[in-house]
Unconditional design. Structure first.
Length: 580
């Protein structure tokens, strides 16, 4: 492994001689410490500024500010000296976006990417000219600033690192739909600008103990779908396993096991679009999430991440034509697609056997509780063929409309659509249209907050056709655009990561008007007398529902909610569908 050899030489030099000032500027803290330490935010910025000033192939730019106010940067690299993504697109380059430190306690990618880019600039690692790299050196800056030594209790180094939550204590790898954090807003604007073919999001894995140094979470190919999904599953991923094997790594799929043991196999990670990889899939972008193992030494983890990224980049270059063609095919077919899967479950009838190198597990008496506790015996390694369930099947579908109507009052929605590259058209004048509206018939809400939200679930809806006049300035959003999947999965209210699920429309869930029983009693009699269909339904409900028949308040409420007095906005989903 070339990167590992480089690390050995640099570590030896660090032990023998002081570093000249110029060398310090373009060597990493990781290298100078012999693989024990990771960049601070300040050190990282100085490193990239030095590269920017020294090489015409590297350009560093501010893309916004994190929640805590620190400037967020992107670094562009291309071997031919072009550092303009617009030019990359014109020249048909493969654009790879590398994101580091979304969880600052997992800094392997920060140090690995810095060394890789420096080595590329110095031609020690030659990145092909048909590749354009966009690198976010540190994404979660608030978490990076909250630096310590003990928050990752299960992790083997480095000596100090950041914290998982950002300045607002948000887990940014759960934020890609709700988009509460400034970092996420910056990311989505950058992602829209780049429209990358490949996303690399570097992590360190928690979970089971095993021999493998590196695991790889790839975009779930069924959810990615189409020609790109097939290319990923059948060609790209197998090539990466072969490449890593040549470098001495026994790569294994992300071990999706927590508080359990892997001997019975496991399913591929489920990635709704709240996660980076699930979000990218909405735009036909292939994602790779390298996951080094937490218990392996930091130095080994960093070099494994370096080598994993090299393999991804080199294969992307070789497959550039196929990736471009597959993506173009999928985007063409997307314009004709009407049915979209919203939710998924593992298909346990399909699996492949993988070679897994683990440690025999067992249970012994806990010295804390006196109860049985899990342990892994490193004196008993094993190699087994285990089942990996990497297929998913849809469980919920939605039909895309011709367009959505988004009233201008819902800025939280249309502003997010804009930053994700969605084209919106304002109505120039009040316009009356025949549209479909949803009613929220049932939902449940979590009892504890999840990433600052009390999420809804088990959402049940019904729909009907109405005629409605929309105001000047309301938005019409035609769905036949590259963001079509994003639109459907966020605007259909029963999707698992829909805007409705993330509480964007909770105002409609509270009834604003009511009645006094003694006044409405007389009105209710007149309502039933003048609406024989409602009266028949009311009497039938009394006949079949004995509890209802004994509850006068429930009967009055039933008449009210089915009368013209009931406010139409209650439980009416405020995003409307213009059908084909």
């Amino acid at each position: 492994m070339k990167a590992n050899l480089l690390g050995v030489l640099l570590g030896a030099c660090a032990a023998l001689t002081p570093w000249p000032q110029q060398a310090i500027a373009q060597t990493t803290v990781f290298e100078r410490s012999g693989g024990r330490e990771s960049f601070t935010m300040r050190e990282m910025n100085q490193f990239y500024k030095s590269l920017d000033s020294s090489y015409n192939t590297i350009s560093m730019h501010k893309i916004g500010a994190a929640d805590g106010g620190a400037p967020l940067h992107v670094v562009y690299y291309c071997a031919d000296g072009t550092t303009d993504p617009a030019q990359w697109k014109e020249e048909g380059k493969i654009i790879i976006l590398i994101n580091n430190n979304i969880h600052p306690g997992e800094p392997d990618g920060v140090d690995a990417t810095a060394m890789m880019l420096r080595d590329a600039a110095e031609q020690k690692f030659k990145i092909p000219k048909n590749i354009g790299l966009a690198i976010i050196p540190m994404y979660n800056l608030g978490g990076a600033a909250n630096r310590g030594r003990i928050s990752r209790a299960n992790q083997n180094g480095p000596l100090a690192y950041g914290f998982r939550g950002n300045a607002k204590n948000l887990d940014l790898n759960r934020d890609f739909i709700k988009c509460d954090a400034n970092e996420t807003k910056c990311f989505e604007r950058l992602f829209t600008k780049l429209d990358p073919e490949v996303l690399i999001d570097n992590h360190v894995s928690d979970g089971a103990d095993y021999q493998h140094l590196m695991s790889l979470l790839t975009t779930q190919h069924d959810k990615l779908g189409g020609a790109v999904g097939q290319l990923l599953h059948n060609t790209y991923t197998p090539k990466l396993y072969k490449d890593m094997k040549k470098l001495g790594y026994d790569l294994v799929p992300y071990v999706n096991i927590f508080n359990n043991t892997p001997e019975h196999g496991w399913t591929a990670f489920y990635e709704p679009p709240r996660f980076a990889s699930g979000y990218a899939a909405l735009f036909q972008t292939i994602s790779f999430v390298p996951e080094t193992h937490m218990l392996k030494p930091f130095k080994q983890r960093v070099y494994a991440t370096y080598d994993m990224m090299q393999c991804i980049i080199i294969e992307a270059s070789k497959m550039a034509k196929d990736i471009k063609q597959a993506r173009a095919t999928d985007r063409k077919n997307l314009m004709e697609q009407k049915e979209f899967p919203l939710d998924w479950k593992p298909d346990t009838t399909k699996y492949e056997k993988i070679t897994f190198k683990g440690y025999q597990s067992g249970y012994k008496t806990s010295e804390i509780s006196g109860q049985p506790r899990l342990y892994y015996d490193h004196n008993k390694p094993y190699t087994k063929q285990l089942k990996f369930y990497h297929h998913y099947t849809p469980t919920l579908h939605a039909t895309a409309p011709y367009a959505y109507i988004v009233p201008k009052a819902w800025k939280e929605v249309w502003s997010r659509l804009k930053q994700n590259g969605v084209t919106l058209q304002k109505l120039a004048k009040p316009t009356t249209m025949d549209v479909t509206t949803y009613t929220i018939d049932h939902y449940e809400t979590t009892q504890k907050p999840y990433e600052s939200h009390y999420m809804h679930r088990n959402v049940q809806i019904s729909k009907k056709s109405i005629t409605k006049t929309f105001e000047a300035g309301d938005f019409i959003v035609y769905v036949n655009q590259n963001a079509k999947r994003y639109l459907v999965e966020t605007l259909e209210p029963n999707g698992p990561d829909a805007f409705f699920v993330w509480n964007f429309f909770d105002g409609i869930l509270q009834q604003k008007e009511g009645y006094s029983d003694y006044v409405f009693e007389d009105l209710a009699v007149n309502i039933l007398d003048n609406d024989q269909a409602l009266k028949a339904k009311f009497l039938a409900k009394k006949m079949r529902d004995t509890a209802f028949a004994r509850n006068g308040n429930a009967q009055l409420d039933y008449i009210y909610k089915n009368s013209p007095y009931m406010e139409p906005e209650y439980m009416r989903y405020p995003i409307y569908r213009l059908e084909y």
